[in-house]
Design a protein around this ligand. Structure first.
Ligand SMILES: Nc1ncnc2c1ncn2[C@@H]1O[C@H](COP(=O)(O)OP(=O)(O)OP(=O)(O)O)[C@@H](O)[C@H]1O
Ligand SMILES: [Mg+2]
Length: 269
């Protein structure tokens, strides 16, 4: 009996399992089918990149996976549990504790400074305020924003706002990260900071689903999904690059940054 119980506990469900998932917007004549019978299983610890032309349903898919929206048909099980069974309170709890959203459109609270904005998701948890601010400060440092902790959002550049929003999405150590073009408007150095952070989170065993239009960024992923017209057109595992290749890629990108950010040198002759 005890053995049976142990075996049941050892069964690992996929983190995300979608079966013939449909999402339709509008009614009758105006109806648009944004997702058309999607079948997709994502295991714990995968780093999935989703690509595809504008309007093919990528954001719609992320919104449903992140419980921000509901499907019109089909099934979605999160950790083996059908999401239709969840109450709105349970959905909010999962969104707050387990899922980190890295969306470009996520705005900061204008009346709070940078560090308070980043610490916001921690306010729903118990613990001392000092420890929460320390955690927020630590992640801001990762994004090279430690000197902006006490700035107000309107005193930041667009790219800095985006990095603060991403720090806020990750401060909670979420186990599922949903990223919608996380580096869309950023320069290559800021993009690198964000991608390296996502890679570290992935290496710690978390699951990442990232939408991107940039084929270079798929090198961080373990699996690439191509969408077309609300369907999955291709689903392929990316070949593992060796440590050596990865170091070479990182070095090349560092050199490219250095060249892009180089200041003209005065003639010393
Ligand atoms: N709230 C909505 N009401 C009606 N139609 C919508 C709504 N949201 C999305 N759509 C439609 O659903 C389809 C998929 O949209 P979605 O935003 O998922 O595309 P996407 O792949 O993320 O595109 P992009 O790369 O441009 O961000 C589009 O045809 C879009 O017009
Ligand atoms: Mg989109």
């Amino acid at each position: 009996m005890a053995k049976k119980k142990k075996m049941a506990a050892e069964i690992e469900f996929p983190v995300i399992e979608l079966k013939e998932l449909i999402k339709e917007y509008g009614t009758d004549e105006t109806c648009i089918r944004a997702l058309d019978e999607i079948n997709l299983t994502i295991q714990k610890g995968e780093f999935v990149a989703i690509m595809g032309p504008s309007g093919c349903g990528k954001t719609t898919l992320l919104n449903i996976i992140g419980l921000l929206d509901s499907a019109s048909g089909g099934q979605y099980a999160l950790d083996g549990r059908p999401v239709d069974d969840l109450s709105s309170r349970e959905r909010a709890g999962i969104r707050g504790n387990r899922i980190g959203f890295v969306f470009q459109s996520f705005n900061l609270v204008p009346r709070l400074n940078v560090i308070e904005n980043v610490a916001l998701p921690l306010n729903y948890k118990r613990g001392f305020r000092y420890n929460k601010l320390r955690k927020a400060s630590k992640i801001l440092k990762t994004f090279e924003l430690q000197e902006r902790e006490y700035y107000m959002p309107h005193q930041l550049s667009g790219g800095q706002v985006q990095r603060v929003a991403i720090a806020r999405a990750l401060v909670n150590d979420p186990s599922i990260i949903l990223a919608d073009e996380p580096t869309g408007n950023l320069d290559s150095k800021s993009s690198e900071l964000i991608m390296n952070e996502l890679r570290d989170i992935h290496r710690r065993g978390n699951t990442i689903v990232m939408v991107t239009h940039n084929p270079d960024l798929t090198s961080y992923a373990s699996r690439i999904i191509q969408m077309r017209d609300g369907r999955i057109a291709r689903d392929s595992a990316r070949k593992k690059t060796s440590e050596k290749k990865e170091r070479k890629r990182a070095l090349n990108s560092y050199l490219q940054n250095a060249v892009e950010n180089a200041q003209p040198v005065e003639d010393v002759a």
